[in-house]
Design a protein around this ligand. Structure first.
Ligand SMILES: [Zn+2]
Length: 251
């Protein structure tokens, strides 16, 4: 293995580690939205309830007003009927019959007005209670919400730093090698590059690599791909070398 191919191998592996961290950080950034939604859930629910109850109170008030005006109207009719001059028995009978009808309708409407007033009172109580609950829920989720938003902001900064570091690091890699790496990474595969095992298998899918290729990987070629899984296979770390693997500086 030449120093040059080993350097390319190390860099690609390092790049893969950075990309893994970027993926993981991106996933964390995306997790905050659902977390905030979960925290907001009781507030959203109470807001909906307050809206629906407000609308119900409004409808009941309108209905009560309509019924009250109608009862008022019938009371006037009753007054007019009582004051009407009648000259014959037939006219008297007709007036009494109409009075009976109007009075019965009036009684029904007066009962309806009472029942509607009851309902208005009940729904207004409920509305007040829900509004109080909503206020409490809002103030209790506020600090939790802020803490999550703070974490999200920090994670976004972390991601931006990682992406900038990746760009700087990738600039130091041979462009042909980088293009192949990027194309493979874009295809969505998890392992883009792996080290060959010491006994000559792909480090990702553990398929045996033909001897001829093993030799190429060990000696010169940095861009050999596993015939089974397509990953870029680089030379294994030398067995007799206890120096730590070369690690790129991310800063
Ligand atoms: Zn493989």
């Amino acid at each position: 293995m030449t120093a040059e191919t080993d350097q390319i191998s190390s860099r690609l592996l390092e790049l893969q580690t950075i990309d893994e961290r970027i993926r993981e950080t991106r996933k964390r950034v995306e997790s905050y939205g659902p977390m905030i939604a979960a925290v907001d859930e009781p507030v959203d629910r109470l807001e909906k309830d307050v809206k629906v109850t407000t609308e119900r109170v409004r409808e009941l008030r309108l209905e009560e007003r309509r019924m009250r005006l109608s009862a008022e109207d019938k009371r006037l009719r009753v007054q007019r009927l009582k004051n009407r001059e009648v000259r014959t028995m037939r006219q008297e009978a007709a007036v009494q019959a109409e009075l009976g009808l109007v009075n019965r309708a009036l009684e029904r409407e007066e009962l309806d007005v009472l029942s509607l007033l009851d309902q208005v009172a009940k729904f207004e109580d409920r509305l007040e209670a829900r509004k109080l609950e909503l206020e409490e829920a809002r103030s209790s989720v506020e600090s939790e919400r802020e803490a999550i938003a703070q974490q999200e902001e920090e994670t976004r900064t972390e991601l931006a730093e990682l992406e900038a570091a990746r760009e700087r690091f990738a600039a130091g890699i041979n462009s042909r090698v980088l293009a192949l790496y990027n194309a493979l990474a874009r295809s969505g595969r998890r392992d883009v590059v792996t080290r060959m095992t010491h006994d000559g298998a792909c480090g990702s899918c553990y398929s045996r690599i033909p001897l001829q290729l093993q030799n190429e990987i060990r000696t010169k070629a940095p861009l050999v791909r596993c015939e089974a899984c397509g990953v870029i296979v680089t030379a294994p770390l030398p067995l007799d070398d206890d120096a730590p693997e070369e690690s790129a500086d991310l800063s």
